[in-house]
Design a protein around this ligand. Sequence first.
Ligand code: FAD
Length: 451
Amino acid sequence: VPDRLIQALEAAVGERHVLTDAAMTSGYDVDWTGRFRGRSRAVVRPRDLEQVAAVVGACREAGVAVVPQGGNTGLVGGSVPLAGEVVLSLRRLDWLDPVDALACQVTAGAGTSLAALQRHVDASGLAFGVDLGARDSATVGGMAATNAGGLRLLRYGAMRAQVVGVEAVLSDGTVIRHLGGLTKDNTGYDLAGLLCGSEGTLAVITALRLRLVPRYDERVVALLSFSGVRAALDAVAVLRTTLAALEAAELFFEDGLALVCDQLGLRRPFARAYPVYLLVECADRVDPMPLLAAAVEQLAAEDVAVAADGPRRAELWRYREAHTEAINALGPPVKLDVTLPGAALEAFVGEVREVLRTVCPEGRCYLFGHAADGNLHVNVAGAPAEATEVEDVVLNLVASMGGSISAEHGIGTAKRGWLHLNRSKEEIALFATIKRALDPDGILNPNVLLP
Ligand SMILES: Cc1cc2nc3c(=O)[nH]c(=O)nc-3n(C[C@H](O)[C@H](O)[C@H](O)COP(=O)(O)OP(=O)(O)OC[C@H]3O[C@@H](n4cnc5c(N)ncnc54)[C@H](O)[C@@H]3O)c2cc1C
């Protein structure tokens, strides 16, 4: 490490917040899945906007690349240093302004965890539209940078739909700030929208102005079982058209449920097993149970479990949310997150298992996801870590069926070799032009997103 850089970083944030010792940096150097591991030159933990700008300036001067990092829960290897970069941890930027109840908005520091944001806005009778399993660690800055989707996308949209304004530091230390919170504001390029999904390659997000939604306390969760994928998707279509209060529709399969019950010692939800399960949640100001019950009557569900009280609702959610941890317990899986057009989803479920058997007969494939968005998480346990055939066959199959190789996790380092499956030469060239305009020296997360 050039000493001058470390000295400059220490001058910017204080000695205590520049970590270089491997024992201190190890948690920042490896991703949540354990699949992506590097070694940072240093981990720097600024406290505020000025310190972020000073850190970026010092790294640019030294010609050393920076990896912005929030909660480090990203699943595509975008938040860890794989080539000796400096990790810029935003977690100390965890402040929250008072809720603006008139505008239904709040301004938050980029390092605020989703759970802290949820607690903060709850007291005002409001809620945040994006929710995901990593809520205790994922930060709003990281969620914007990945344009996170999550469990309620069908009702409220992804992160980009929640971001009203942004404050960010550019690679030359310039600060852009547009946090006024005007919901109607057609004054040129949508910079906040551009930074959503940019995965730390265009700017470091330091604060966000966020849209809030009403808090609905009357909730019902139902777990439905089906004889096949088609029947479950038909049910989703009925529920979407008849239930305005529908907030989530999550799909999983018998092999995943069996693994979850086994790993976590949970009782099975039904007396017998079914091929496909759908977990739905409705939320409203008035009890959504009668409407949900009437809708369920129209469905071809084999078996139904319904929960209205908090603990029982959480129990039903556990069958879906625990998939990630149960699969991880088998060793780091290959994790792919894809979208299929609704009409192709059923065929994909059959074909993906077949193509995987040909390239990785020893792998165990688990599928689960957000049914209404056509978003499936394809997890392959037991695949050799270095083999890329698994990614290759799955992502090519997805593209050939008109799907997206990344539904909500982003491209990161994991998928950049396959970006061409979804984006044309011309689009990728335009991406590179935008990158050069904002980051001419290529110091912001240079190993992520662009091929
Ligand atoms: C159990 C579990 C469940 C999950 N469920 C979902 C889900 O349902 N939907 C979903 O979309 N994702 C999900 N994820 C993935 C992950 O939580 C999201 O991608 C989340 O948005 C990452 O936030 P983070 O703060 O951890 O970002 P990190 O992992 O730290 O970083 C992610 C990317 O954003 C960049 N970045 C981080 N902070 C900033 C910043 N302030 N400025 C600029 N760039 C930045 C990083 O460089 C990196 O490229 C899940 C993950 C886990 C572990």
